[in-house]
Design a protein around this ligand. Sequence first.
Ligand code: SF4
Ligand code: SF4
Length: 82
Amino acid sequence: MTRFVKALAAIAVVFILFVACKGPVESTQLLINADDCTGCGECMEVCPYNAVEIIDGDAVIDPSLCHFCYRCVEQCPEGAIY
Ligand code: SF4
Ligand code: SF4
């Protein structure tokens, strides 16, 4: 095996280990469980970025405005945001 191929194999092993160690991909968006949401609007009131709206009786988070401060998650009395 040439040095080049050995180096390539080593890089591949490191890459595979790196990917394996990263674990599951985290969600990039908070979601609302519509079955639990009562539309009370408390999440909308505490959101400092105006990222939450109540639409047709359910909270909806605009992912382009959300900064993941988790205030809405802590505030929701139904535990509907995850
Ligand atoms: S605080 Fe919870 S129950 Fe109230 S509107 Fe927001 S997600 Fe729905
Ligand atoms: S996590 Fe923070 S910024 Fe995102 S919707 Fe909830 S309160 Fe708003």
